[in-house]
Ligand binder design. Structure first.
Ligand code: ATP
Ligand code: MG
Length: 297
């Protein structure tokens, strides 16, 4: 009888401790440690990869250690945009042929890139088993960097949603086109309904003026406010600028070769606003907890 009581007490105490530890791992704390930022859009071709590349460049120039993961797994093109020709890519890591450290390449201003493969269909449909080592390695690696950015593919595939959901800050890129707004809304809806993401940071690309960017923000804020329980933060805008495609053709980013062009001047304020986002501290325990949830979808 006494033994039964002792066992009950031990079970009770350990479950209280477990609950306490779990809370500790997920409770919001002061902003510190590496930032993990995903860049997604819903609609394709709205400028995610260009924004990631230019932000990476800007953060590096600000003295930050930057790592970028090209999570457009089957059709990655960040390396091409940056004029890099990596020998290895994520497929070599997944096949166990190379360590993550061995596939990382260096881009302009010292930012580091994890290149995706292009044209390997299987990569776009990774199994749960293949994703776990990637997520684990990401958690290990981010601690060596100040900023870790994930450039996702277009759409709302599982890959996009999972890579968005592991980030602390989700940047949603939209352009003024109505289809970009509806697709961004769809992305926000799925991430909030199924992945518990409640804070989104909007970047409006290809606008003619700040006024146009504000109008786009207000439109999306109105619909998300009416139908979803999320907060939408205006993080910045990038002006429409012919120098961007010009740079793409030369495989150079606009901030590097045309630093005074209208779009280049937008990246510093955007980077500063991203640094100011109020964020929760990431830690391994919390993220282990998160993988479990995310991979079940
Ligand atoms: N601010 C801008 N002004 C003018 N052109 C731009 C701007 N931003 C991006 N572009 C152009 O838009 C095209 C798409 O850009 P990008 O590849 O970065 O988009 P994406 O969202 O990553 O596309 P995907 O969904 O296919 O990954 C490119 O040709 C680029 O030159
Ligand atoms: Mg892209």
């Amino acid at each position: 009888m006494k033994n039964d009581k002792t066992t009950k007490n031990v079970i009770e105490i350990s479950s209280i401790l477990e609950e306490k530890n779990r809370k500790k791992a997920t409770e919001p704390t002061e902003a510190s440690g590496p930032m993990v930022i995903s860049i997604s859009s819903g609609k394709g071709g709205v400028g995610k990869t260009n924004i990631v590349a230019n932000l990476g460049y800007t953060f590096s120039k600000m003295g930050k250690k930057v790592l970028i993961f090209d999570a457009d797994l089957g059709l990655g093109n960040l390396d091409i945009l940056l004029g890099l020709t990596p020998k290895y890519n994520l497929s070599h890591f997944i096949l166990g042929e190379k360590k993550m450290e061995e596939i990382i390449v260096e881009g302009p201003s010292g930012m580091k890139i994890i290149p995706a493969a292009s044209g390997i269909k299987e990569l776009a449909h990774l199994s749960k088993e293949d994703k776990v080592p990637i997520f684990r390695k990401i958690d290990e690696l981010v601690n060596q960097f100040d900023i870790f950015m994930i450039d996702t593919a277009a759409g709302i595939s599982n890959n996009v949603l999972q890579f968005s959901a592991i980030a602390q800050d989700v940047l949603v890129v939209v352009s003024p086109e109505p289809t970009s707004l509806t697709d961004a809304y769809a992305l926000i809806k799925v991430l909030s309904y199924h992945y518990g993401v409640s804070k989104f940071n909007l970047v409006i690309n290809m606008v003619k003026s700040i006024k146009e960017a504000e109008d786009v923000y207000n439109q999306l804020k109105m619909v998300t406010g009416r139908f979803l329980n999320v907060s939408l933060n205006y993080t910045g805008h990038v002006l429409s600028d012919e120098k961007i495609p010009k740079g793409v053709k030369r495989q150079k980013i606009v901030s590097d070769i045309y630093p005074e062009s209208p779009s280049s001047l937008c990246f510093k304020p955007l980077a500063e606003n991203i640094l100011k986002i109020k964020r929760e501290k990431r830690n391994l325990e919390a993220s282990n907890f998160m993988w479990g949830n995310i991979l079940n979808y």
